[in-house]
Design a protein around this ligand. Structure first.
Ligand code: PEP
Ligand code: MN
Length: 264
């Protein structure tokens, strides 16, 4: 796949004077929760409202998402707030339902990027779409799997592409939930310099008090945007409670970050 500036047209066309911001809860929980967070994020820098409705949990027995009903809630978000919407898709059925319900941005999670068969299924289901599709890095620090997922989408005619750096699993316990391995993200940038690269400090840190510092590092490394999990009551969130921030905290983080975007 040749590196191509057309991959970042969707982002350039937005003409933002700040990094792209994708925010919203880890999981859609109830209609009220989804709408309340969206209303609290409405007049902020947030460009896309995220909510996971199919939740890939590493072990069974935990909340695995509300499923397709959540797509109706995301539609309401768009109608009531004007925010564009984003959700994770992990198979052909998810893609078909998300496209039918006009979700604006789809992302592929770290547990899907590891599987070439799933990536190919998703690429085939999305063939030719002009929706924005972002690929998270795989759970393991394997650059080729990440690049390969993007190549499969590009080959299926999906041109509005981007990547999300969410860190990598390790056996050793560190202060991170998923270590950033910044060098690997830089290698990724060198391979595809025109592909928008978004940082996900929520899943890298696993802790809300580390989100600012990781976000600042990402911006210093010229990342194009941030995906930050946001909930009005983080401690009682149904998933990823320790890492979510309130809408007010998100606004403060965005205000305090030093934005040093290189222009070329
Ligand atoms: C998420 O974004 O909520 C998620 C499940 O992330 P990841 O695929 O990075 O673990
Ligand atoms: Mn999460």
């Amino acid at each position: 796949m040749e590196n191509s500036k057309e991959m970042r047209t969707w982002l350039d066309d937005m003409g933002l004077d700040h990094p792209l911001v994708i925010a919203g809860p880890c999981s859609a929980e109830t209609e009220e929760q989804v709408l309340r967070i969206a209303h609290e994020l409405k007049d902020t820098d947030v460009n896309y409202y995220r909510a996971g409705i199919w939740k890939p949990r590493t072990r069974p027995g935990m909340f695995e998402g509300v499923g397709a009903i959540g797509l109706k809630w995301l539609k309401k978000v768009k109608e009531e707030t004007g925010l564009k919407t984003a959700t994770e898709v992990a198979n052909r059925a998810h893609v078909d339902l998300a496209l039918e319900n006009d979700v604006d941005l789809l992302w592929i999670g770290a547990r899907s990027t590891v599987s070439p068969f799933i990536m190919q299924e998703i690429a085939d289901a999305l063939e030719g779409t002009d929706k924005i599709v972002l690929v998270k890095n795989p759970v393991n620090p394997d650059l080729a799997l990440w690049l390969g997922g993007i190549e499969r989408l590009y080959t299926a005619g999906i041109k509005n592409l981007g990547a999300i750096h969410r860190g990598f699993s390790t056996y050793e316990k560190t202060k991170y939930r998923n270590i950033p391995e910044w060098q690997l993200a830089i290698e990724f940038q060198n391979k595809f310099p025109d592909l928008p690269l978004i940082n996900d400090p929520s899943h890298i840190t696993g802790k809300r008090d580390m989100i600012f510092d990781v976000s600042q590092t990402a911006l210093d490394l010229n990342f194009d945007g941030l995906m930050i999990e946001t909930h009005f009551d983080p401690d009682n969130a149904w998933s990823d409670a320790a890492q979510q921030v309130t809408p007010a905290k998100l606004v403060q983080i965005m205000r305090d970050l030093k934005i040093r975007k290189e222009t070329n």
